[in-house]
Each structure stands twice: as C-alpha cells, then as structure tokens.
Design a protein around this ligand. Structure first.
Ligand code: MN
Length: 234
C-alpha cells in the first residue's frame, strides 16, 4: 500500500465549483444547486396555455454547472427553438428545512438578474410525452446570471421593473410585485421538499413575453434596483 501522504485524496481532478461574481467586488458566490419555479407570473401562465389562478408552485432544477456569467452565450445543440425567460435570482447564505416564511429572508445573501434559457421544442415534446424537462432546461450555459447584489447593499426587492430586450427591442416586461409566489413563500415551500444549503440559488419565474432567440442576437436583461445582464448569442 502506498504511503497515504503520497496518495492524492481524489481519484480524478475534482471539477471546479460553479460560482457567480459579486457586484463591486472581486470575490465570488459559490453556486450549489439551482432551483427554478414554474409559472410564477399570471400573464406568463396564460401565454403558455395555463390557468392564471394561483396554484401550488412547482419546481425543477438546473445543474450548478449551467451557470454562465456571459457575455458570450453559445448557441446550444439539438434545438431549433431556444427561448429566453428573464428571472429574479435569489442566492442563499444559509440553509435549513421547514423554514417559516416569516424567517425566510434571513437565509438570503443577495439577488441577481438571470435568464432561464429553455429549449422550448424539447420542452414541448417532453410535456407531450410526460417525460422529464432536464434536456430542455438543464443544458450547458442554460443559466446565464449577472453579478449578485448583496442584501447588505440592495435590501430585499419586492417591486421593480423586470425586462428583457433583444437587439434593442423590448420583449419581456413585468414587475416583481406580479410574482404569484413571493420570495419568502418560495423558500418556505422549497424547504419542505429539500434541506436547503448555503450556496443554493433560486430562479423565481418569468413575466410574459418569452420568445425565441437567434444566433447573433444581443440580449439585455434588467431588474430595477438589482442590475443587468448582457449576452451575445454566438
Ligand atoms: Mn423559467
């Protein structure tokens, strides 16, 4: 048996952890898991052919490695219908299970502007066949996200314009106050299904106006009071 001091701990080189930059800092936020909520703005639920009435939130995940800081967004493989979904991103500083909604914001480190990139053609096929959404939602670079704004600098946003422009034209427009399930309720509900951990991030759903992107598009997503994210689709 080899001397344990000569033996490296890992049998292969561990992959680098996913991370997000922080506004006004050269430090990083480590990304653990990416939880996403579906149909959290009534107008988007309607445009996707669903009932706008408040129903229990549903969740899906993207792999942590889906995080992408931009500004380049490589066109994904195996799709002819790539859609943008601008979303408020919530980054957790501490975890827990069974978190009460009134305590939930104590678990938030900061917020950011993200895009839930979606292979809409593959998602439509998955819905039709009753199959999982992973290939439609959790692909390479599928979670572009701008630098995070710490709560200590920006507080907890409850209202503010959330928009997405493609080549200077407005495509998505809403307000954070239109979120059906608010950030504290989302955290409380997620924590019933999962033991949340520091480093988990949550994409909180998209307002109306989702649509297709093309190679060569310039995309700018903005949330009032939080920041912006610019991407070139290459
Ligand atoms: Mn989404």
């Amino acid at each position: 048996m080899a001397d344990s001091q000569d033996e490296p701990l890992w049998v292969i080189t561990p992959p680098p952890g996913a991370r997000l930059p922080v506004q006004g800092s050269d430090r990083f936020f480590p990304v653990n898991r990416i939880f996403c909520i579906g149909r959290n703005y009534a107008a988007h639920a309607v445009e996707m052919g669903h009932d706008p009435d408040r129903e229990a939130p549903f969740f899906f995940l993207k792999a942590a490695g889906s995080i992408s800081p931009g500004p380049r967004f490589p066109w994904p493989t195996e799709t002819a219908d790539l859609h943008h979904e601008v979303e408020l991103v919530v980054a957790l500083s501490k975890g827990g299970s069974g978190i009460a909604a009134r305590d939930a914001l104590d678990h938030v480190w900061g917020y950011g502007v993200g895009i839930d990139m979606t292979r809409r053609d593959l998602q439509a096929e998955a819905k039709k066949l009753g199959r999982p959404w992973d290939v439609a939602k959790s692909f390479d670079h599928s979670a572009p996200c701008g630098p995070l704004l710490p709560v200590t600098a920006g507080g907890h946003p409850v209202a503010g314009a959330i928009t997405l422009d493609v080549n200077g034209q407005r495509r998505q427009e809403g307000d954070l106050n239109q979120m059906i399930w608010k950030t504290p309720e989302i955290i409380a509900t997620l924590s019933r299904y999962f033991t949340l951990e520091a480093g988990d991030i949550i994409m909180t759903g998209t307002p109306a106006g989702v649509g297709p992107l093309q190679r060569g598009d310039d995309v700018t997503a903005r949330i009032e009071g939080i920041g912006a994210l610019s991407l070139s689709v290459v």
